[in-house]
Write a protein that binds this ligand. Structure first.
Ligand code: 26W
Length: 824
């Protein structure tokens, strides 16, 4: 039933072997006799890369000649993970490579595992951008990604004595997936002064002079589509000193050290990804990164447009730019500057073009994550841009005043400039004013931004400017690549691999939710995935876990709003319960393995404390012989994309338990369900739509609703906070030093007991524990459990990022796919 397809890979394994051996011998200058796994990885990648390049060039040519509208996706983060496996699958020659590598004496899994993750992102936002690139290429959209080529991706996490330690992620030693374009270099200006004068024709001119110049060098990464020759481009910018190797003036005057220092300072701009997720710190270097990347990308986009010799008014018919959160908001200001200062357009004419071009996606309502930059910082670094922002704000406030003449207070509320000390530029407001569409990433989230943080703007611009595009994930990586056996089983019942291009075809599986033979195979695959994870746990932590136990997984960035603390408190509660159980009662309990993973921002002390508590509980519970297999607690080090591909398929139940109204969407919830795991979650983000699709009986929902959160918080602050009695017992256990020095966990407990319990852990604890008991009960009936899993997978079609990209294309970008002429 497995329909083999071969879009543009290798004719046969001989061809693959010939190419690979050639790369070992010539490109790598090694002999096959000392070809180790690293070299085999390199050569295999180069062999596939050759195939990609051909298609990539053709795709780019096709896009140039057809002269249709392009979409530019601006994201400060692209969490790509590994490229080789993806290239093999998308090109359609993984089976050939597997056989070929076996001939050469290698196992394909080992070769794939050689690759270092491209980890240019923090979490959900960065991975979403990567899924979107995959979908845009697979759907044949003429799309470009623009980002930064960080020398260091997100740090590697090591756990030492139960604490997180950050290790730099230098990933560029050998990267066959990027192509330096030393001929594509853009000068980027910082600092300096603005001069206004009348030129010879009596026209007012504004120039931005002086300051310093840094060079942006383009690095291109091919993005292959699945089962199509379309191969798009991700362009990443790297910073370089403007004067080349040395500042010769300084060099000649003997100031060698400072000339080297200048060069290093320039290269610092693209050196490192900021590891904060959902926390804004206002660092100048980050603003520099943002402008550097945005200015280089816009220069590139504008240059491409100008080649077409069209009128400026046609710019929005040729170019759509999507802002992935507010990080690239300066692009709005930069385009306005290009049009009025450099191209001589009138303000109004330029502004019309700008607002028609941009769309803005919001990914968070957490106030501490909303970007604000201080006006003095702006004034110094980007003096002309600050002027333009003030002008944008002036025209905007005039419009508001005209619309609401009697409401004086609204002006201060919606002003792009916050009248604080110092004044601040509110980037989200600038993004709204400068875009024609603003979208949230799940229904609840899109409603929330309309009724809370952006409420005034809905009144000003009308409700049509605000829309929802529920997130999605690419089934290629998150099903076919991560879970090949399940993918194959599904293909055998849905008429081939078509479901990977049209995920609604999963519907066919409904017919097999009660099919005995099918369920048996399904269960076997889940078990095998759990065995694989159990092995990983053994080798990385030394703990033996029983693959027959219920695997309960929470992997995501560590954040108080995501409530890993509630999870671990629940685990402690379970431990205390087991300790008090009779032997008879214990026999009835489903053994459980509680698995955590995720990075804490290096400066986020509370998140680090949560990691420490998980590890401390683990070392007590896992060594308690009396408890044995009934409970194990695991913290998996260094959660990243490639680990997710192994962890997610091994889940029985996964946790998506954020305080209602705080998680914009979540996307791992979709990945877990798509891989045949059930979820326990709050009524938050995309959990709500997942429930709508798969049915209430297939999900374990609990906890307070978003609409009640404000009142509950209010009650806490006015002394009405009666702690949940089970949680009190958990805290007593912690305070008795059961898990080591209680002092280390004081802040965690105190945040709930004494400091208002902002994330409502105590309010939700009881229903969380009760719902976990329902999970225990449900898991005992394996037959029914598996039916639930199958039924859920069957109904997950909606959450493909293909659906999501098609929605953006239609409702925001107004762009059509560009079909390749023929498949070869
Ligand atoms: C300025 C610091 C900073 C850094 C990153 C602020 C905010 C962010 C991101 C917007 C945080 C993020 O990744 N948000 C996540 O976006 C996902 C994709 O839409 C959603 O699924 C998650 O719910 C949301 O937390």
């Amino acid at each position: 039933a497995w329909k083999k397809f071969q879009a543009h890979g290798f004719r046969d394994k001989d061809e693959f072997e010939r190419d690979t051996v050639r790369h070992v011998e010539t490109t790598l200058a090694r002999s096959m006799f000392n070809c180790d796994e690293t070299a085999a990885y390199a050569a295999t990648s180069l062999a596939f890369r050759d195939r990609l390049i051909t298609q990539w060039n053709r795709t780019q040519q096709r896009q140039t000649f057809s002269d249709t509208k392009r979409i530019y996706y601006l994201s400060l983060e692209f969490l790509m993970g590994r490229a080789l496996d993806n290239a093999m699958l998308n090109v359609g020659a993984k089976a050939i490579a597997k056989d070929g590598l076996a001939d050469l004496g290698f196992r394909i899994e080992d070769i794939i595992a050689q690759e270092h993750d491209a980890a240019l992102g923090n979490g959900g936002l960065g991975r979403l951008a990567a899924c979107f690139l995959d979908s845009m290429a697979s759907l044949n959209f003429p799309a470009w990604g623009y980002g930064l080529r960080y020398r260091y991706g997100i740090f590697k996490q090591e756990i030492v004595d139960g604490y997180q330690v950050e290790v730099p992620d230098y990933w560029l030693d050998f990267n066959p997936w990027e192509f330096p374009r030393h001929d594509i270099v853009v000068d980027i200006q910082f600092y300096g002064n603005v001069r206004k004068y009348q030129n010879d024709q009596g026209k007012n001119v504004v120039t931005w002079e002086g300051g310093e110049i840094v060079k942006a060098v383009a690095y291109d990464v091919p993005i292959p589509g699945f089962d199509t020759p379309s191969t798009n481009n991700l362009r990443l910018w790297s910073s370089k000193a403007a004067s080349g190797e040395f500042d010769f003036q300084k060099f000649n005057s003997g100031d060698y050290e400072s000339s080297v220092a200048d060069q290093q300072r320039a290269e610092t701009i693209s050196a490192v990804l900021y590891p904060n997720d959902n926390l804004e710190r206002g660092k100048e270097l980050r603003l520099k990164q943002q402008y550097f990347w945005v200015a280089a990308s816009l220069y590139d986009i504008v240059r491409r447009f100008k080649k077409s010799k069209r009128a400026w008014s046609e710019f929005p018919e040729q170019v759509a730019i999507q802002l992935n959160d507010t990080h690239p908001t300066l692009a709005i200001v930069e385009l306005q500057r290009i049009l009025i200062d450099l191209e001589g357009l009138e303000w109004d004419e330029a502004w019309k073009i700008v607002t028609k071009t941009f769309g803005y996606t919001n990914h968070t309502v957490l106030p501490e994550a909303l970007e604000k930059w201080s006006v003095p910082l702006f004034q110094n670094l980007l003096p002309r841009h600050l002027q333009i922002i003030y002008e944008i704000n002036l025209f905007f406030l005039q419009l508001v005043e005209k619309k609401f003449p009697k409401e004086r207070e609204i002006l201060g509320r919606v002003s792009i400039i916050e009248e604080s000390q110092p004044k601040m530029v509110r980037m989200a407001y600038l993004a709204i004013v400068g875009s024609h569409k603003v979208n949230g990433v799940a229904e609840l989230h899109s409603d929330l931004i309309k009724t809370t943080i952006f409420k005034d703007f809905v009144r000003i611009f009308g409700p049509d400017k605000f829309t929802n595009v529920t997130n999605g994930i690419t089934p290629r990586r998150w099903l076919h690549q991560a879970n090949p056996r399940l993918s194959e089983l599904i293909a055998s019942k849905t008429g081939g691999i078509g479901f990977l291009k049209d995920l609604t075809l999963l519907n066919e599986l409904e017919n097999f939710a009660d099919d005995k033979e099918f369920k048996k195979e399904w269960a076997e695959i889940k078990y095998a995935n759990k065995v694989r994870l159990a092995k990983h746990i053994k080798t990385t932590t030394g703990v033996t876990v029983n693959p027959a136990a219920l695997f309960d997984i929470q992997v995501k960035r560590i954040h108080e709003y995501k409530r890993q603390q509630m999870n671990i408190f629940g685990v402690i509660h379970r431990y205390l319960t087991i300790k008090n159980m009779s032997a008879e009662e214990r026999k009835k309990l489903a053994p459980r393995v509680s698995i955590f993973g995720g990075k804490a921002a290096p400066g986020y002390w509370m998140a680090k404390t949560i990691i420490h508590l998980v590890n401390s509980v683990g070392s007590v519970v896992n060594n308690d012989k009396d408890v044995g297999d009934l409970l194990k607690v695991i913290f998996l080090e260094d959660y990243n994309v490639s680990k997710a591909e192994m962890i997610i398929p091994a889940s029985d139940i996964s946790e998506h338990i954020s305080t209602a109204g705080t998680e914009a969407s979540g996307t791992s919830n979709m990945k877990f369900v798509l891989n045949g795991g059930l979820i326990i979650g709050t009524c938050d983000g995309a959990n709500i739509e997942i429930t709508r699709e798969i049915g209430e009986s297939n999900i374990f929902l609990f906890g307070n609703l978003a609409e009640d959160v404000e009142d509950l918080r209010h009650a806490h602050n006015y002394g009405d906070h009666s702690m949940d009695p089970d949680l009190v017992k958990v805290f007593e256990a912690i305070k008795s030093n059961m898990f080591g020095d209680a002092g280390s966990f004081g802040a965690l407990v105190g945040a709930i007991e004494d400091h208002g319990d902002y994330y409502l852990v105590s309010d939700d604890f009881h229903s969380y524990i009760q719902t976990q008991e329902l999970v225990d009960e449900a898991y005992k009936n394996q037959d029914e459990w598996i039916s639930k899993c199958i039924q859920s997978v069957a109904r997950m079609g909606f959450f493909s990022s293909d659906r999501c990209i098609n929605e953006y294309a239609e409702s925001i970008w107004n762009i059509e796919p560009l079909q390749p002429e023929s498949k070869n």
